[in-house]
Design a binder for this molecule. Sequence first.
Ligand SMILES: [Zn+2]
Ligand SMILES: [Zn+2]
Length: 457
Amino acid sequence: MSRSPLERTTSRQTRWPFGTLLSFLKELLRAGGSLLDEREGGRSSVLDDPLCSACQTGAVTTQDFLQDIDGELVALRRDLHQIPEVGLDLPQTQARVLAALDGLPLEITLGTTCSSVVAILRGGKQTDGDRDVVLLRGDMDALPVEELTGLDYASTNGNMHACGHDLHMSLLVGAARALCDVRDQLAGDVIFMFQPGEEGVDGCRYMLEEGLLQIAGARPTAAYAIHVWSSLDPLGTFSTKPGPIMASSDVARVTVVGHGGHGSAPHLAKDPVPALAEMVTGTHSLVTRGFDIFDPVVVTVGLLQAGTIANVIPEDGRFEATLRTFSDAAHTKLLAELPKMVEGIAAAHGVSAHYDLLEQYPVTVNDAEHADLVAEVAAELFGEDRHSRWEAPLAGAEDFSRILEEVPGCFIGLSACPADLDPKTAPFNHSAYARFDDSVVADGALILAELARKKLV
Ligand SMILES: [Zn+2]
Ligand SMILES: [Zn+2]
């Protein structure tokens, strides 16, 4: 995953560890609400506000509940960290998730085309007419990376949860347990979506094709997912923005076929190499000359191959490029213009070009109202300084985008950057050295549970 070239700003952040927060809340409740003012220099808190929805509707109880099971959630995350599996078929991971959900009042459906787990919680309140359904997603897959963190629970099987999906599963289990605990308050249903294959193999599409959005009987009316970062923001910071938050991602594969020959007599051959070279520079010219700089496009040629030795003109050569955009308009235009550029250059050189597009993920677009709700709930639960509103998206991609194309909702970032590292320089997701502090798991569970509960009470 790569950073956007655009600058982001982050407000001052203060980490308030969950355990500290909970013991403090308990102390505060015992002391009649005066402690916060003394300790925080009068900073207002959700608990000072008698109208605070979190106080009235039981969020503190949910916080207590999650604090009580925090050790189990961390243990689950570390178990999962030691059995990382890659792709769509994750049998051990699926079994561990099922064991963690065992005994809860959930309707469980397992995937048939991938090892997904869908768990539905039916709220206990009767409703007139349609019931709202909230979808909460956690991805399950790891990466083929040899772990180099040196952690005592590091993976040793050649794969690594280097994108933090082990935390996602654990916090989604936490949210499921917390919402089961307040099931009677819920006038609607919750889908817990445990998804394999996020890392480039489009697991979300498999689940959609298996009927994910119909599985609860009514389509979801809101959808949320958390992604943890091992850097970017200070530990415990929730982040989001309205509109595009992650890029679209596609791969263009181009093979140029000419006619090989002796390096001393190029006029007797059709050399594919200069055509390839022009195509590589042409992609960059296309980006800078053909697109609005305020609707960014990123094209990177990461693979370029031709020939074997200096004095032989090869028969063919190829390149592959990753394509990133942040709007449907730029996406559509890039996919239309790139093959035209390739064909034009090939024709000018008298060679042929085969253009192949591997479509991956669309732009991840947050609904503005849901992004505002996330900011509001994060501030209510954890304080204003635990939320960062990003000004620019990341240029990485996410298949939760497929859910947000169908259901309004929000993709939420959560920093799990260890407190002993600088968020600006700590190894980022996908690094063999990336470390994720699992003290944020209970907080992640809490915000997902609270977002769902707000939609369903
Ligand atoms: Zn990743
Ligand atoms: Zn990821």
